[in-house]
Structure formats: structure tokens, C-alpha cells
Design a protein around this ligand. Structure first.
Ligand SMILES: CC(C)(COP(=O)(O)OP(=O)(O)OC[C@H]1O[C@@H](n2cnc3c(N)ncnc32)[C@H](O)[C@@H]1OP(=O)(O)O)[C@@H](O)C(=O)NCCC(=O)NCCS
Length: 150
């Protein structure tokens, strides 16, 4: 149900981005750049339902984006993708997972908090486009426990 994405998944990622982020979705160049420089996990059954993109920075994992197609939201798919990422990070000896989220994206903030992420700091004017009157991001992080015996 989860597989790694490749450059051939451009259309799939574009579809998920558009349906989840509307006018805030990544453009074609950004999607292409993300597929070339980051790792992509795609959750799919009969059709693609969600994706998560991440990259490693020293011993940290940085989440680039996560999105679930609206009709598949609140079915646990986002959590499955995040938990798969955690497993990959722990086995890759990473210490922490970090991310930025719009300060007015209260639903995503609730989602991350439920998964154990903490608010670390506000990043003022992080985004170029305003969402609900704000361009600020919240930087969130979750420390990972090493695998037993490591
Ligand atoms: C954020 C997102 C990825 C969550 O994916 P999801 O598959 O719907 O999330 P899950 O079903 O795994 O939800 C897990 C928990 O997170 C919380 N949560 C998720 N969506 C929520 C919402 N809309 N409102 C409040 N809490 C929410 C709930 O506690 C939920 O558990 P519950 O359903 O048992 O109450 C999805 O809503 C999405 O694609 N949003 C648009 C894109 C986006 O904002 N991405 C994040 C950018 S930083």
C-alpha cells in the first residue's frame, strides 16, 4: 500500500497536491524538484490516496510535504505515512523529524500534535502567500528513540 515514488509519479503528486492544497499547491517546477531531490512515499490502493515527501539533513529528517486527497481524509492514511517515515528514520539512525506548518493550518497542527510533534518556534514570514492573513510557519519537531541495542 505504500511505495516509493519516482519521477514517473509527477502526475500523481500533482493531482494530490492540487486536491489537497488548491491555490497553495506546489507548481510543476517545485514538484519536479521535490521528486528529484527528496524521497517520496505514496499511499495507494486502487488509486493514489496520499503522499509524503522528506529529505535527510545530517541526522535529521525534514518533512517537505504531506497531503491526502480530501475524500480519503480522516481514515488514518496521513498517520500511516508518518509512522512509516518514523520507522525508516529510526532504522536510518536519525535523531529527529522536523517540519514547518502554516500557523493557521490548525487541522494539520492537531494532526502533528496527535503524532507527538511539539511546537518549537514561529518562523515569521516563512511563506510568500498568506493563508488566513498569515505568512508565518510553526517549526515542529519530534525526537526519535533509537532502536533497541543501538
Ligand atoms: C493533515 C493531513 C495530511 C492529515 O491526513 P489524514 O489522513 O486526514 O489524517 P489521519 O486520518 O491520520 O488523522 C489522525 C488524527 O489527526 C487529527 N486530525 C486529522 N485531521 C484533522 C482535522 N481536520 N481536524 C482535527 N484533527 C484532525 C485527528 O486527531 C485524527 O485522529 P481521529 O480521526 O481519530 O480524530 C490531511 O488532512 C491533509 O492532507 N491536509 C491538507 C494538506 C495539509 O495541510 N498538509 C500538511 C501541510 S504542513
Amino acid at each position: 500500500m505504500i511505495r516509493y515514488g519516482t519521477i514517473n509519479d509527477f502526475k500523481i503528486i500533482k493531482k494530490i497536491e492540487k486536491s489537497a492544497f488548491y491555490k497553495f499547491a506546489y507548481g510543476d517546477d517545485e514538484i519536479m524538484y521535490m521528486l528529484l531531490t527528496a524521497q517520496t512515499l505514496i499511499y495507494e490502493n486502487d488509486e493514489p490516496e496520499g503522499y509524503l515527501s522528506y529529505y535527510q539533513d545530517a541526522d535529521e529528517c525534514h518533512i517537505e510535504s504531506i497531503a491526502v486527497i480530501p475524500k480519503f481524509k480522516r481514515k488514518g492514511i496521513g498517520s500511516i505515512l508518518m509512522k512509516e517515515l518514523e520507522k525508516l528514520c529510526v532504522s536510518g539512525n536519525m535523531k529527529r523529524i522536523v517540519l514547518e506548518v502554516r500557523e493557521k493550518n490548525t487541522r494539520a497542527i492537531k494532526f502533528y500534535k496527535k503524532l507527538g510533534y511539539e511546537e518549537i518556534k514561529i518562523l515569521n514570514d516563512y511563506y510568500t502567500m498568506s493563508y488566513r492573513g498569515s505568512k508565518n510557519a510553526i517549526f515542529m519537531a519530534k525526537n526519535l528513540c533509537p532502536e533497541p541495542g543501538k
